[in-house]
Design a protein around this ligand. Structure first.
Ligand SMILES: Cc1cc2nc3c(=O)[nH]c(=O)nc-3n(C[C@H](O)[C@H](O)[C@H](O)COP(=O)(O)OP(=O)(O)OC[C@H]3O[C@@H](n4cnc5c(N)ncnc54)[C@H](O)[C@@H]3O)c2cc1C
Ligand code: FES
Length: 264
């Protein structure tokens, strides 16, 4: 993990409210594992002290990129920044996904909205290809479909308004796939990133079908490095449960460990 001031190489709109930010970070890029995140201080922001966490989307030789949605004041200011301007980042942070092994379980990746960002590096680094299920409210929330297909993954899309792919929630095509191939269940593993209700639903599917599953939890974060405890998630500990920090023990947890009843 390094704290550095890095230069923006590109910051372009992808679709609608989504932007792709490429940062020149030759020392950070080689350290990054799938599912890890960067904690970004948006220097022109008035209250720049508070960093914003973003999954690391893609990695180049001396760059890494972020795929972000503009939702509030930080991301609005970020979207107006241009190549050559500086950001402060701490990265790579957190405990990421387990990369599937060649000949191992077939990975089924499930992503909602900007959750796609956390999934791409996992798909790219996995020697075992599988299926990626992408969900969103509208067509514009479906990101990177072609990029996943280009690296050999089958892509299944669901939108809530039916404007692209199957109409409904992303869990529908996932359930169809699992239901249609019950005999292969022992050879599958789920990986998911997206809004908490989606993660909860995926955790339930994993439990019902007895599938291994890793979930990247989305919690509000302040320090990002394990000291403030704003990001805690309830996790099983023997017969009871304890809070673990999403920024350090997570963001990726084994779904069987999450105690949803105690989740905020
Ligand atoms: C581990 C991790 C990885 C993330 N990866 C990405 C990513 O790859 N791309 C991306 O676009 N976003 C990602 N996020 C969410 C991102 O951090 C927030 O959207 C961002 O901090 C909002 O900053 P803001 O100043 O624009 O919004 P604010 O003005 O601070 O808040 C605006 C709205 O966004 C909500 N918000 C703030 N933080 C979060 C959060 N963590 N989760 C959900 N809603 C939030 C607030 O409740 C509020 O409604 C990630 C979050 C975590 C914890
Ligand atoms: S964000 Fe501070 S402990 Fe996790």
């Amino acid at each position: 993990m390094l704290e550095q001031t890095v230069t923006i190489v590109a910051n372009e709109r992808d679709t609608d409210q989504y932007f792709r930010l490429v940062l020149h970070a030759p020392q950070i890029a080689p350290l990054i594992q799938p599912g890890q995140f960067a904690h970004v201080r948006i220097l022109p922001l008035k209250d720049a002290l508070l960093r914003r966490p973003f999954s690391i989307f893609q990695v180049g030789t001396d760059t890494f990129s972020i795929l972000y949605k503009t939702v509030g004041k930080g991301t609005a200011v970020l979207s107006r920044m241009r190549a050559g301007e500086k950001l402060s980042v701490i990265a790579p942070l957190g405990h990421g996904f387990t990369v599937p092994e060649n000949g191992g379980e077939t990975p089924l990746l499930i992503a909602g909205g900007y959750g796609m960002a956390a999934m791409f590096l996992l798909a790219q680094r996995s020697p075992q290809k599988g299926i990626v299920f992408v969900g969103g409210r509208r067509r514009v929330d479906i990101l990177c479909e072609k990029e996943f297909a280009a690296i050999g993954w089958e892509v299944r899309v669901a939108t809530e308004d039916g404007s692209h792919g199957e109409k409904g929630l992303v869990t529908q095509p996932l359930l169809k796939e699992i239901g249609n191939r019950k005999s292969e269940i022992g050879n599958r593993k789920l990986f998911a990133c997206g809004p908490t209700p989606m993660l909860k639903a995926i955790g339930k599917i994993a439990e019902d079908f007895n599938l291994p599953c890793e979930l990247s939890m989305d919690e509000h974060m302040c320090c990002g490095v394990g000291t403030c405890l704003t990001c805690v998630t309830p996790v099983k500990a023997g017969d009871t449960w304890e809070y673990q920090r999403t920024c350090t023990e997570g963001p990726v947890f084994d779904s069987r460990a999450i105690v949803w009843a105690a989740n905020k």
